[in-house]
Design a protein around this ligand. Structure first.
Ligand code: FE
Ligand code: FE
Ligand code: ZN
Length: 277
């Protein structure tokens, strides 16, 4: 079974996201834990969460893949910016426990000239401060396009972060097709090779979720511009091959393509067909 969904707006709560997901043929979804720019989070409505959990169970939803605000930079050179990332992520992880057992994905950040090693050290520090042994949420590092001074474009960098995290079973990776391709990994012509490399460096057991996007730019472009499925350099065939790959089958797939709900519904339908073939 293909577990697939897209980013949904959380303004109307969890039950609403669940219903919206069902309406477009999705059985998982992503949501920003707060305004994607990092504003204040809404209070959690426990009755709403309960109704969502029933809906998700009844409809066989897979784990959700929450997304931290993308403006956080846990490896900033500025202490104030790092503290803000720490505070937001710590609060988000507390809130994630209202919907236990899901994923919380974040961008490792940009080292802004401090060097990748310093960046990795700072990210690891934040993770060790916020990840608690008793939490049920698994924190996911997103593979990045390697734009500017982004950390997480190379598998080695993700492995180094994971290596420094004490709670090993609370940390994993979310692979973004646009980002890995932009970072220089040829998932169009050599997906087997890319996954073998990931397995050797990070370990495939760490890979917990997938972001499914086409890319406006060719492999290695380091740009990070998402395209609709089939309208970018990856193309439908490569993306269908990716979600159906024996080593990736069963992982939750999240679309982050430039679409409204109707566009997501179409992409979900196309990818479900490709997956079942
Ligand atoms: Fe992301
Ligand atoms: Fe992504
Ligand atoms: Zn992106």
């Amino acid at each position: 079974m293909l577990y697939i969904g897209c980013h949904l707006s959380s303004v109307k709560g969890f039950e609403n996201m669940g219903k919206e997901a069902l309406g477009i043929g999705a059985n998982t979804f992503a949501f920003f834990t707060r305004n994607p720019r990092g504003g204040k989070a809404k209070d959690i409505d426990t009755a709403d969460v309960q109704r969502f959990r029933e809906l998700a169970e009844k409809n066989g939803f897979d784990k959700l893949v929450a997304h931290a605000p993308y403006t956080l930079n846990p490896c900033s050179a500025t202490e104030k910016t790092r503290n803000f990332a720490y505070m937001v992520m710590e609060d988000d992880l507390k809130r994630m426990e209202y919907i236990p057992g899901n994923y919380y994905n974040f961008h490792p950040g940009s080292h802004v000239g401090q060097g990748v090693e310093k960046g990795i050290e700072l990210i690891t520090e934040v993770l060790n401060d916020i990840i608690k042994p008793e939490q049920s949420t698994i924190v996911l590092l997103e593979t990045m396009a390697g734009k500017g001074s982004e950390v997480g474009g190379r598998f080695e960098e993700l492995a180094a972060i994971i290596d420094g995290v004490k709670e090993k079973d609370k940390i994993g990776v979310c692979m973004d097709t646009c980002h890995v391709s932009d970072a220089g990994y040829d998932i169009i012509n050599d997906l087997d090779g890319v996954l073998a490399e990931f397995d050797r460096i990070v370990g495939l057991e760490k890979l917990r979720a997938l972001h499914i996007n086409d890319s406006l730019n060719p492999t290695g472009a380091h740009k990070d511009r998402h395209a609709k499925i089939g309208e970018g350099h990856l193309g439908l065939e490569a993306i269908a091959g990716f979600i159906s790959h024996p080593k990736l089958r069963g992982l939750p797939c999240i679309l982050e393509t430039p679409n409204e709900l109707d566009g997501y519904a179409r992409e979900i339908e196309i990818l479900k067909k490709a997956y079942e073939k």
